[in-house]
Design a protein around this ligand. Structure first.
Ligand code: COI
Length: 355
């Protein structure tokens, strides 16, 4: 593991006073972690420096050809004031998988994790205290070669920034409404759907704006070939409950392998629910919601945590999931997952890394 240099911020900012108004990703802490990659040298110069803008050449490759990947994870404050991370090594390993698909170098995961720990210790006072808040962690990797030829860059920048956050959706734990997108697609098999590359999110923005104009929180993406099978909601994976059985789309290369998705599947099984991963026909999901056979729908994600879905809309028709309020299973999974994340419940899975 490499030595990490630290330059302290001489003018730290005021911490937010009202933790009920944090929102998501609007404020950033006093420091950031950086590390460079150079072909032939590997990852070099790991450092913590004051948070601030980068100097970038306008011909930097990331600005033209989009070699940019990121991760999302969180640091939680326990009731005793201590801090803990949730599955950070799984996120960093996923970043390496994204990097491989995007022609980018594997991350030095060990140095990245150590840099993250040191960064959070330095900015520890920024981890909010209020129930439901946390410090959102955004590791990012971008290509930095200057030039307009389309080929893999030989230099990269990896950085981590931190943001104190509340709920991702303004609804909090209140059910959100989701619009099934049947015109645009997010990803296709063989593409980059399984990676956390910036382009996947860029591809979702137009449809997201249209859905918002229609009064929906997010869009539910269908598969890119037949536009028939449920994939994911850009900011979260989707799960549906039929009584005590939870079903979710099987990972197929075009869906993000969510760390929260995986955690919820494992938690659900340990709580005695039946779980199944498969191909979910959207027409069937919609019909089962209308008939009441499908009893709950919820999204899972680091930012979204567990987000109940109260309304589904497909081709102009709307239907309410269950009675439109958070279901029993969603609530139980939310309480258990956040119980582990905030240290209120024992971690039987080895997911927690204390700081
Ligand atoms: C996360 O849940 O961490 C994500 O990266 C989703 C993002 C759209 C906020």
């Amino acid at each position: 593991m490499q030595e990490i240099s630290v330059t302290r911020n001489p003018s730290p900012k005021q911490k937010p006073k009202d933790e009920s108004a944090l929102g998501f990703g609007r404020l950033f802490t006093d420091h950031m972690f950086l590390m460079n990659f150079e072909e032939g040298k590997g990852w070099i110069n790991p450092r913590i420096v004051p948070y601030g803008p980068f100097d970038m050449d306008p011909a930097s490759m990331v600005l033209h050809y989009g070699q940019a990947i990121f991760e999302g994870m969180k640091c939680y404050r326990r009731e005793d004031g201590g801090l803990q991370l949730f599955r950070p090594t799984d996120n960093l390993a996923r970043m390496t998988r994204s990097a491989q698909r995007m022609g980018m170098p594997a991350l030095d995961e060990e140095t990245a994790l150590e840099g993250l720990k040191q960064l959070i210790r330095l900015d520890a006072d920024w981890v909010p205290h209020r129930d439901g808040t946390s410090l959102y962690i955004r590791p990012t990797m971008i290509s930095t070669d200057v030039g307009l030829g389309v080929h893999a860059s030989k230099t990269y920048l990896f950085y981590i920034i931190l943001s104190p956050v509340g709920a991702y959706y303004k609804e909090g734990l209140k059910p959100v409404s989701i619009y099934v997108e049947d015109e645009y697609v997010r990803a296709v098999r063989g593409g980059v759907g399984f990676t956390k590359c910036a382009g996947n999110y860029a591809a979702s923005i137009l449809a997201g704006s249209i859905a918002e104009e229609k009064g929906f929180s997010q869009v539910l993406w269908l598969d890119g070939v037949e536009q028939k099978y449920v994939e994911e909601v850009g900011s979260m994976n989707m799960m549906f409950a039929y009584g005590n059985k939870i079903v979710t789309p099987k990972l197929n290369g075009s869906i993000l392998p969510g760390i929260t998705r995986d955690s919820v599947l494992k938690l659900a099984a340990s709580l005695g629910y039946e779980t199944e991963e498969g191909r979910l026909d959207v027409e069937q999901i919609f019909a089962d919601t209308k008939s009441g056979k499908l009893t709950e729908a919820f999204g899972t994600g680091t930012a979204a945590v567990i987000s109940p879905v109260g309304t589904l809309a497909l081709r102009g028709e709307k239907t309410t999931v269950g009675d439109g309020s958070i279901g029993k299973i969603s609530q139980k999974l939310y309480d258990t997952l956040t119980g582990i994340q905030y240290g209120r419940l024992p971690d039987e899975f080895g997911w927690i890394v204390k700081l």
